[in-house]
Design a protein around this ligand. Structure first.
Ligand SMILES: [Zn+2]
Length: 102
């Protein structure tokens, strides 16, 4: 199983994630927020009915700033943003997909 061994914030406003297979990926914080996987941001499909959230052009203060990162068990991290948004759970797979290989 692939999991991160370290997650560092960089000066380039990104997260650099080192994986246990010795690879590393980098993902910008802007992208992390834009791709927030939670239901409020991404919507959800319940058979026959989909909910697609409306993207507001207005971004609250702190929208693209990370307040805290918390580990969820051994499968994901939860990112708490400075605008108070905290429902985004980023599984290792999502982090790998969003990141660019270094
Ligand atoms: Zn979200």
């Amino acid at each position: 199983m692939i999991f991160p061994v370290k997650i560092n914030r960089t000066e380039r406003n990104s997260l650099l994630i080192g994986w246990n297979d010795n690879s590393s990926t980098e993902v910008s914080i802007t992208k992390l927020r834009d791709e927030c996987p939670c239901v409020h941001c991404k919507g959800e499909s319940v058979i026959f009915d989909s909910y697609i959230p409306i993207k507001s052009p207005f971004k609250a203060a702190g929208f693209y700033e990370i307040d805290k990162i918390e580990r969820i068990g051994n499968y994901a991290i939860q990112i708490i943003w400075k605008d108070g948004h905290n429902t985004g759970i980023y599984s290792w797979e999502i982090l790998r997909e969003l990141g660019e290989k270094k």
